[in-house]
Structure formats: structure tokens, C-alpha cells
Ligand binder design. Structure first.
Ligand SMILES: C[S@@+](CC[C@H](N)C(=O)[O-])C[C@H]1O[C@@H](n2cnc3c(N)ncnc32)[C@H](O)[C@@H]1O
Length: 357
């Protein structure tokens, strides 16, 4: 029974990548643009504009194109190739051959895309799980993959990249990208917290607090404005893709965040940065609130209480994350914290459990 549920969860996961919409989200984004009344002659309205998700895709493109000397005549493996965009970057950078592997049916479209771009002789696409397919080569020189999920580790696709590394990467081979770092900060978010969490206190005159508990336990993936951030950022976890082992991705680490103004704190947020350190000039991008939009946004963990904080004070604690027992792609996240203050009326400590599913 448990086995069957796991199989269904896996099937559901790969099906989510079948449709072109999810791949479009990684390549472009919708931007609501305010259209004032004088332009339309009617009431103000919003129109949806499409823009490239430049941060993600350009980081890969630059990391590959600017390092053609590393790709020239190399055999490259694209783990989870999706539409084959990264495979085609690698061919353009001079790779001898690229093998793209994807379990989802999007690979059928990838095959058409590769063909109409005249790269069928340089790219071999294999539909199947990376864990099960047999590659036409014993070793590859470079692994490229876009495996990052919300909160970096949601979806647990990194396990698949590590498996490909251990099975196929030649000694001295390269991984693009190869470093990832998770950061945390605290935010003032009174209005939105009231809208998302406080709402359940009174729904058409009824007490809906059982749903409030669920809402509090689910981290929210959303765009956080920099002006909401009330602490300096703190790096809490780092991954080196050359050396990390899958069990190490379940972590429990301390944090210490410094408040930079007198304010209230309603939530912690987390985000990640990515590095391609093999590049001649290292290429990095951030998914933080200070950086340009990416489809990963930031992950918000609401507290059960509101903290009143002063500039110079510190909040310490620990954060742990591990795959859930029911589905290895979901995450159990726990945050313990203590506000360090000389004012006993504001001193506080808490422990919050979250489930990302
Ligand atoms: C985040 S998307 C990236 C797609 C593409 N590389 C890009 O950058 O636009 C991840 C892709 O990996 C595929 N994938 C995830 N785990 C996989 C596995 N174990 N075996 C094969 N494909 C996998 C998914 O189906 C999905 O298409």
C-alpha cells in the first residue's frame, strides 16, 4: 500500500512536468501592468505582459556560453532536460555530444525543438528516469542540470543529480552549477499575515481556526519586498555538488539574525543563491528579496506570534529540513527560535513545524 502511494506520488511529480506550461514558467513570466484610466478611457485595469525569467535561464546561458573552452569537444549530460534548452546551450558552446534525460513527455517536444534547430546529430534525448536509463556512454565530462525547487530542496531532484554524478561523471569532470547556499531573514508582514492567516478567525461569522493551523503549517512561496526585511541575511546551509551525499541534504543547523531596525517580526523567510564556480569568471544568481524576480520567489514561514524587536537585537535558533516519510519530494521543516533581548516584556521563544507539500 505504502509502496503504491509512493509510486503514485512519483507519477504525479513527473506528470506535472508533462505540460508545456510549467516549462514556460521557467522561461517566461507574467507581469501584471497597471494601465491608468487616461490610456484606456475606462476604469483603471491590469493587463498581463510576458517577460523572460532572465535570471535563471541567462545564468545557465552565460555560464555555458562564456566557458566554451570548458565545453568544446566534451560529452555533456543534461539531467532533467525538459524542453532541452540547456542541452542546446551546450551544443552552441561546442560540446561534442549532449545526452538529455527526462521522464516527462515534454521530451517529445524537446525532440522536435532539437530537430528544428538542426541539432539532432549532436543531442541524444532519452525518455526515462535518470535512475533507470542506460546512457550510450560510460562517462560524461560535464553534468548540467536545473534541479532547484522551492526552498532549494523541495522536489528532492538533487538526489537524482548526485546519483548521475556518482554513476557517470568522469574523474575531474565538471558540474554546472556546483554550489548552492540557503539564507534566512526575518520580515515585517502584518498586513499580508492578517490576510492569509488572520482571515480564518472569522469567516462569515464562523470560527475557522482549524484551517488557520493548516495555513500556518504551510510555508508560503511568494515575492517579499526588500523593505519588509528587518534583519541582515544569515547564511544557514551550503551545498557543494562535487562532494555532498544525499543523506546530508537532511540538515539541522543553527542561525543567528541581527535586527537592523525597531519593528515587528511576523515571519522568517528563506531563499537560495546558486553558483557556477567552474566558470572563468564565476557566475552566480540569487533568489533573495534583494534580487530580480525568479519563479522560485522566496519561502515565507509565518510565526504563531508577533515579535516586537529593536535594532541591534538578535534572534537565534535552529532550522531543520528533511524529506517527509510519506513522500520524499515533500519536506518537513522545523524552526526553533529565541529572541535575545534585555527587555523581559518582549523576550520570546518558539518552535514551529512546517510541511512543504
Ligand atoms: C526544473 S525542470 C528543468 C527543465 C530544463 N532543464 C530547463 O532548465 O528548462 C526539471 C526537469 O527534470 C525532470 N526530472 C526530474 N527528476 C527526474 C528524474 N529522476 N529522471 C528524469 N527526469 C527527471 C522533470 O521531468 C523536469 O522536466
Amino acid at each position: 500500500m505504502g509502496e503504491k502511494r509512493l509510486e503514485q506520488a512519483e507519477e504525479h511529480y513527473f506528470q506535472s512536468y508533462n505540460h508545456h506550461g510549467i516549462h514556460e514558467e521557467m522561461l517566461v513570466r507574467d507581469i501584471p501592468l497597471f494601465v491608468p484610466p487616461f490610456t484606456t478611457g475606462k476604469i483603471s485595469s491590469y493587463r498581463i505582459f510576458r517577460q523572460k525569467d532572465e535570471v535563471r535561464t541567462n545564468a545557465y546561458k552565460n555560464a555555458i556560453y562564456q566557458n566554451a573552452h570548458l565545453f568544446k569537444d566534451k560529452v555533456v549530460l543534461d539531467v532533467g532536460c525538459g524542453t532541452s534548452i540547456l542541452s542546446m546551450f551546450a551544443v552552441k558552446a561546442g560540446a561534442k555530444h549532449v545526452i538529455g534525460v527526462d521522464m516527462s513527455t515534454i521530451i517529445e517536444k524537446a525532440s522536435e525543438i532539437v530537430k528544428i534547430n538542426g541539432m539532432s546529430d549532436r543531442i541524444t534525448l532519452l525518455q526515462g528516469k535518470m535512475e533507470e536509463v542506460v546512457l550510450p556512454v560510460e562517462k560524461v565530462d560535464i553534468i548540467i542540470s536545473e534541479w532547484m525547487g522551492y526552498f532549494l530542496l523541495y522536489e528532492s531532484m538533487l538526489d537524482t543529480v548526485l546519483l548521475a554524478r556518482d554513476k557517470y561523471l568522469a574523474p575531474g569532470g565538471l558540474i554546472f552549477p556546483d554550489k548552492a547556499h540557503i539564507y534566512m531573514a526575518a520580515i515585517e508582514d502584518g498586513d499580508y499575515k492578517e490576510e492569509k492567516i488572520g482571515y480564518w478567525n472569522n469567516v462569515y461569522g464562523f470560527d475557522f481556526t482549524p484551517l488557520q493551523r493548516t495555513a500556518l503549517a504551510e510555508p508560503l512561496v511568494d515575492t517579499v519586498e526588500m523593505k519588509a526585511v528587518v534583519t541582515d541575511p544569515g547564511q544557514v546551509f551550503s551545498i557543494d555538488l562535487y562532494t555532498v551525499m544525499a543523506p546530508e541534504l537532511a540538515f539541522h543547523v543553527p542561525f543567528e539574525l541581527h535586527f537592523n531596525r525597531n519593528d515587528f517580526a511576523h515571519a522568517f523567510i528563506a531563499w537560495f543563491d546558486i553558483e557556477f564556480s567552474a566558470c572563468h569568471k564565476p557566475i552566480k544568481f540569487s533568489t533573495g528579496p534583494h534580487a530580480k524576480y525568479t519563479h522560485w520567489k522566496q519561502t515565507v514561514f509565518y510565526l504563531h506570534e508577533v515579535l516586537r524587536v529593536n535594532r541591534g537585537e538578535v534572534i537565534t535558533g535552529s532550522i531543520s529540513s528533511k524529506p517527509t516519510e510519506k513522500n520524499r519530494r515533500d519536506l518537513d521543516i522545523k524552526i526553533d527560535y529565541q529572541l535575545q533581548t534585555a527587555d523581559p516584556s518582549r523576550a520570546s521563544a518558539g518552535s514551529c513545524n512546517y510541511k512543504m507539500c
